[in-house]
Design a protein around this ligand. Sequence first.
Ligand SMILES: Nc1ncnc2c1ncn2[C@@H]1O[C@H](COP(=O)(O)OP(=O)(O)OP(=O)(O)O)[C@@H](O)[C@H]1O
Length: 584
Amino acid sequence: MIRSLLAILGPAYRREVGIYAVWLLAYGVLQGIAVTLLVPLLSSLLASEMQAVGFWLIALFSVVVIACVARYQQTVKGAALAILVLKTLHNRLGEHLSQLPLGWFNPEKVGRVSRSATGGTLMVTNIFAHLLPPVVSGVVTPLTVGVAMLWFDWRLGLTALLFVPLIYIGHRWSAQWIGAMETEVDAAGARASSRVVEFARNQAVLRSFGKNVSSYPPLEEAIAGQSRAAGSMLRQTFPRLFAGGFTVQLAFAAVTVVGIWLTLHQQLPPIELVALLALAARFTGPLAELAGRSGLLRMAGNDLRRLAAILFEQPLPQPSKPQSFTEQIGLVEFSNVNFSYEPGQPVLKDLSFRASPGTTTAIVGASGSGKTTITRLLLRFFDTDQGQVKVGGVDVRQLRTEDLMRQVSIVMQDVYLFSDTLEANIRLSCPEASQEELERVAKLAGVDEIIERLPQGWQTQVGEGGAALSGGERQRVSIARALLKAAPIVVLDEATAALDPRNEKYLNSSLRQLQQGSTLIVIAHQLSTVMNADQIIVLDAGTVAEIGNHRELLSQQGLYAHFWHQRSRATGWQLVETDTEVSL
Ligand SMILES: Nc1ncnc2c1ncn2[C@@H]1O[C@H](COP(=O)(O)OP(=O)(O)OP(=O)(O)O)[C@@H](O)[C@H]1O
């Protein structure tokens, strides 16, 4: 466990962990020696040898003082390491997450990260603060006492030490089992919490179908599964902990029986028997505590493994010699791209197209034909299986993430705003922008109108995820961000639903502005965007079925023309796969 902790923290902390380990061991041994000194002390007391009593008392006092120093050092160093782990793990997690491919962040993984970053790291810090000290004392102190007993009376010492393997196996068995059960309980907990979040988020839909907790089976099952797992763990943990404690008491009973037998056969003076039995009692105390703590330590070990699994996730390979841009800034090229999310289920097949700098490319196609996937590959959420994606004439795999991201702005339908002011949300893309610049983009995107209406204008808090704004308003903020960033390439996912006239007006003026300086790649749903695009890519099941501008494609009398003639009077469109019809 310490080894995996060191692997996560890095070799820089090897020394601190080493010093802590020395104090832990020292305290365990000193505790054992202090207890051992009770034997000569009690023996001389019972024999009324007052001078010897004085000597052993001083010896005991000195060892206790040194043990206190060791305990203090162990506590201070443990607390310092716990804080260090907390800080380091959070920093390492943050750094690592920022290097992982964006495609990694699905809801399950995000849930795992948030559980590990909160409860997981706390549990891991507990290893130093609360779990290792009793576990190490629980092993080292009884061993020291056992060796001391060997010295006083080898027969009693041997009896006690013979039980060590049995106690060890018992503890290991119950700790391993508790660890395995905890993994199950954790998985059930993760399932239940994701269902609770789903239930809370989708209240509007669920209520409209008359669903509450008891009539929504997935949530009920997940909660029942969690309490089943927790109940089963509690029920089955008890006998195992009992078995661990029983072997310890058995060891004590065996030492007592052997001691009495030796005394009855005049092989051990009764005074020494009393003192050695007191020692044997101290042999069992820390062992009993060990039984409970080793299970907790195993649980913390599970958390450690889960954290390590996140930290060992591979970031997308970064180029050893990153390339810089040529004069082809704004150029986007896909060459013979093949891509699948799941092996054997190709999503994009031999897909090629070229978007020249400053032009607008509209991507249209049936739901599931791969439109969003194209934008994900352009942003390098994932790497292609075959073929190349080039931005500015350079393969995206040869660009550093920050260089690629500097080239591209994203405006998605489902816009997330940070729980901050309106101004901070727009400045995110260009913190150093002047106030005039900010106001210019706000006007173009129609954000000025929102600002005028809101009580604190630019300084209005938008709430978590932008909850204080409507969907259309959030998209306007997101367009203002893109305008401010003025990136050479803009990826835009148009609203599927028909826009109200006001939002449409702002979207069109923003698009015109963006077109002046950027290459636009639009997942297009509005007819006007499709008609005015320089080129339209018609996707069919992951391949380019047709490519050209509106006029060219109409004259081809192919798939696009078919769609167009069917629904040209519609105000919005979406291609439907089943019968290649256009639906609203
Ligand atoms: N993260 C993912 N893991 C596995 N499969 C995925 C993932 N994302 C998309 N897919 C699958 O890839 C295919 C293409 O999806 P994509 O989202 O690119 O289509 P789309 O044309 O944008 O669809 P829509 O218009 O409905 O948004 C679909 O079959 C989809 O189920």
